[in-house]
Design a binder for this molecule. Sequence first.
Ligand SMILES: Nc1ncnc2c1ncn2[C@@H]1O[C@H](COP(=O)(O)OP(=O)(O)OP(=O)(O)O)[C@@H](O)[C@H]1O
Length: 259
Amino acid sequence: MSMNQIAFGTGITGVRVSMAKPWAVRAELPKAPDLCADRSFLRSGSSSFRRRDLVFVVNPSGANGRTGKEWKKLLPYLRSRLGADCNLCESLTSGPSHAIDITREAIREGADAVIVVGGDGTLHEVVNGFFWAGKPVTNHDREVTHSTALGLIPLGTGSDFARTFGWKNDPHEAIDRIAKGQRSRIDVGVISGEDGEPHYFVNVADIHLSAKAGYYASRYKRFGNLCYVIGALKAFVGHRNQDLKIKVNICNALCPSSQ
Ligand SMILES: Nc1ncnc2c1ncn2[C@@H]1O[C@H](COP(=O)(O)OP(=O)(O)OP(=O)(O)O)[C@@H](O)[C@H]1O
C-alpha cells in the first residue's frame, strides 16, 4: 500500500485541464433540459470571467433508487446556486464501473470538477477514474493550468466518507460548498493486488472481517443503513481469525511527493 496526494475542492485532484471541445457523456437516461448546455466560450480562454464546467456523475440506483429521486428534486436548487457561474453537466451511470469511464472522459475533455452524486461505491469509482495505468489522467490540452477537482453530493445508503470528512449528509449543504469553490488536498491510498493492478481509495481499505461485512451489506441495501448491521452479523457467523502478512511502502506513505 502507498499514498499519493491530490487536491480536494469539494473534492479531489491536481490534473491540468482545459475545455478543448464541448464535453458530452453517453447517458442511459435523458439529461435534464438545461444541464450540459453551451460551453463553447470555454474554448477561447480570452474572457476575464470563466464559467466553471461541472460534471455530475449520478448513480440513479444508489441507496436503492433514492439517489435518482433525490437528485431530480435537487435540480432547481442546484441551478439556482450554480447556474449563473457554472455549466452544469449531468451524466447518469448505467451500471458498475461506468463512473470510472465517465470521469476519465470528463478530465480529458477539461472539466473543472467531477462531482459524485451517490454513495461511497460511486465515489470509489470516480476516484479510480482520476487515474489510468498507475498515473493521474490529464487533460488533452497541456497548456491550460487549472486542474480538475473531485466533488461530492452524498446521497448513498451509508455515505461514510462525507461523515468522516466532518460533513452532514445534507445535499443542500454540499451544493453550497461546491458554490464556494474551495479546494483542499487529501491523501489517496493505493493498493496493488497480486495482479499488480492499482486500486485507489480515499476513505478506508478493509481486509478480512470488515471487508466481508461490507461485501454482505451490499446485498441488503434495500434495508437502508440496517444493511451494515446485517452485513456485520453475517460476517461474524463462522468468522475465523487469520494471520496476514501486509507489506506497506513506508516511504511512499510518509513522503507522498516522492511518488
Ligand atoms: N445504474 C446502475 N445500476 C446498478 N448499479 C449501479 C449503477 N450505477 C452504479 N452502480 C453501482 O452501484 C454501487 C453502489 O452505489 P452507491 O455507492 O452510489 O450507493 P450505495 O451503495 O447506496 O451507497 P453507500 O456505498 O454509501 O452505502 C456502485 O459501486 C456502482 O458499482
